[in-house]
Design a protein around this ligand. Structure first.
Ligand code: NAD
Ligand code: UDP
Ligand code: UDP
Length: 311
């Protein structure tokens, strides 16, 4: 079962799990996901799609749960912050209850946001983070932190087999064109020759991982022995500034866009790069797709969906 299965990461995961021969139950309330993301999977005999909001109980029979349900872009998770907290907390309790009853293994899509605006660089799993508990990002950051707490309490208290992955910025096809994340924003703006909106002076950094590498890490983490619980950082350690990304996207699309500098959102982390030593050792995994290759693939996707040819 994949919750949030019709979203960006979830739809790629469903595809991968089907290709590996699994039966897949995709559960989604279509808040930020789209039926179109999994439309091509609907005829597959081992695929099933269920409209359901995980803040409500769910009784199904499953043996592995990937809990991805939660809006991921700051624009979407701040649209209805109370629902974001409910999805992270009530949703996690329901999915953990389901895992407890069915004795399923359960993976949690946690996030680098648990580190907040970090004082430690690069971020290691042992770092406890620096999160503003009352800021506009808190519904997501604290929601995800509480979900991690719940996962570890269910593990200690009820012996659940848990797998917590801390996902760093991931990009690729099926990101929504208007969901506000930086890679999709810049590509869509560049393809339309519109102004590229860099927040702040663009010197803040992120480390971008292609979706194909990320999904491979999810599957590897799920396949580990019961002693492996995480949390494990999952991401690409290649760090760059947001301004560099803007320039790269303009160059790769041949766009005539210019860059506009807008105010930095509140509590926007200054630096972010995963230390993936544990993932490399435990999962025998490291990202393979370079930012150049990944952007090429993502630009091609948006060219198709927007019906825009590269100039
Ligand atoms: P997304 O918004 O494309 O996907 C989230 C999916 O969850 C959507 O299909 C949405 O409709 C669904 N959903 C939301 N609330 C729900 C609810 N209450 N019940 C059922 N379904 C619900 O985002 P994504 O990038 O694919 O992210 C997937 C997961 O990975 C999220 O949990 C996110 O927090 C985590 N994550 C993603 C990134 C990233 O860079 N993409 C980074 C860190 C963590
Ligand atoms: N739950 C669910 N599906 C199940 C089992 C449980 O959705 O198959 C939900 C149910 O809402 C419950 C929650 O998970 O309240 C937590 O379950 P748990 O067994 O941990 O505690 P309970 O509240 O049942 O004592
Ligand atoms: N950003 C930007 N322009 C945009 C969207 C985002 O400069 O149009 C910046 C944002 O301020 C942040 C970084 O890009 O510093 C990554 O933003 P995103 O929303 O993709 O993810 P975050 O890592 O902040 O959750």
């Amino acid at each position: 079962m994949v919750t949030g299965g019709s979203g960006f990461l979830g739809s790629h995961l469903c595809e991968r799990l089907l290709a590996d021969g699994n039966h897949v139950l995709c559960v989604d309330n279509f808040f930020t996901g789209a039926k179109e993301n999994v439309e091509h999977l609907l005829p597959h005999p081992r695929f099933e799609l269920l409209r359901h909001d995980i803040t409500f109980p769910l009784y199904v029979e499953v043996d592995e749960i990937y809990n991805l349900a939660c809006p991921a872009s700051p624009v979407s998770y701040q649209f209805d912050p109370v629902q974001t907290v409910k999805t992270n907390v009530h949703g996690a309790i329901n999915m953990l209850g389901l895992a407890r009853r069915t004795k399923a293994k359960i993976f949690q899509a946690s996030t680098s946001e648990v580190y907040g605006d970090p004082e430690v660089h690069p971020q290691q799993e042992s770092y406890w983070g620096r999160v503003n508990p009352i800021g506009p990002r808190a519904c997501y950051d604290e929601g995800k932190r509480c979900a991690e707490t719940l996962f570890f309490d269910y593990h200690r208290q009820h012996g659940l087999r848990i797998k917590v992955g801390r996902i760093f910025n991931t990009y690729g096809s099926r990101m929504q064109q208007d969901d506000g994340r930086v890679v999709s924003n810049f590509i869509v703006q560049a393809l339309r020759n519109e102004t590229i909106t860099v927040y702040g002076d663009g010197s803040q950094t992120r480390s971008f991982c292609h979706v194909s590498d990320m999904v491979d890490a999810f599957v590897r983490l799920m396949a580990t022995g019961d002693d492996v619980t995480g949390p494990i950082n999952l991401g690409n350690p290649a760090e760059q500034t947001v301004l560099e990304l803007a320039q790269q996207v303009i160059a790769m699309t041949g766009s005539s866009s210019t860059i506009e500098f807008l105010p930095l959102p509140v509590n926007d982390p200054v630096r972010r790069r995963p230390d993936i030593t544990i993932a490399q050792r435990t999962l025998d995994w490291a990202p393979k797709v370079t930012i150049q290759q990944g952007l090429n693939d993502t630009i091609a996707y948006f060219e198709r969906t927007l019906g825009i040819a590269r100039t």
